[in-house]
Write a protein that binds this ligand. Structure first.
Ligand code: SF4
Length: 132
């Protein structure tokens, strides 16, 4: 009799566990969808394009960097949430105090925070307006 009662409790616990797991899965899927939507760029949503696609694409070429520089860039780009196209036209890399002007006829500038090309129309969370 005691064994039967334990089995009943175990079955009940298992059902409860499965219910909670299913609920957690649905909640996780919902959170992923929301986060995925938040990370989209305006042009992916059919929104206003703020820059030339040709310029932005060229500014993503990191083939001239060393492996160490690529690693540093990847880490900083991720931490700073750098994007090659800003969602706010008033906050662009070329209006940031940390932006370095393009050289050698390149359309891409640089950033004092990480190596490699930076799109003039890019943005990151360290954006600071240039003085006057
Ligand atoms: S610090 Fe300024 S120039 Fe560098 S990526 Fe961020 S917004 Fe662009």
């Amino acid at each position: 009799m005691k064994l039967l009662k334990q089995n009943s409790n175990t079955t009940q616990s298992r059902k409860e566990f499965l219910k909670r797991s299913a609920l957690a899965g649905v909640m996780g899927l919902g959170a992923t969808s929301v986060l995925g939507y938040c990370g989209r760029r305006p042009e992916e949503e059919g929104g206003e394009e703020t820059s030339s696609a040709a310029t932005t694409g060229a500014c993503e070429d990191v083939s001239a960097l060393s492996a160490a520089e690529k690693q540093q860039r990847d880490t900083m780009v991720k931490n700073l949430k750098y994007v090659p196209k800003t969602a706010d036209a008033a906050k662009r890399c070329d209006g940031c105090v940390l932006y370095t002007q393009p050289a050698g006829g390149s359309a891409c500038g640089g950033c004092q925070l990480f190596p490699g090309p930076v799109a003039p129309e890019g943005y990151c969370i360290s954006w600071q307006a240039k003085a006057g």
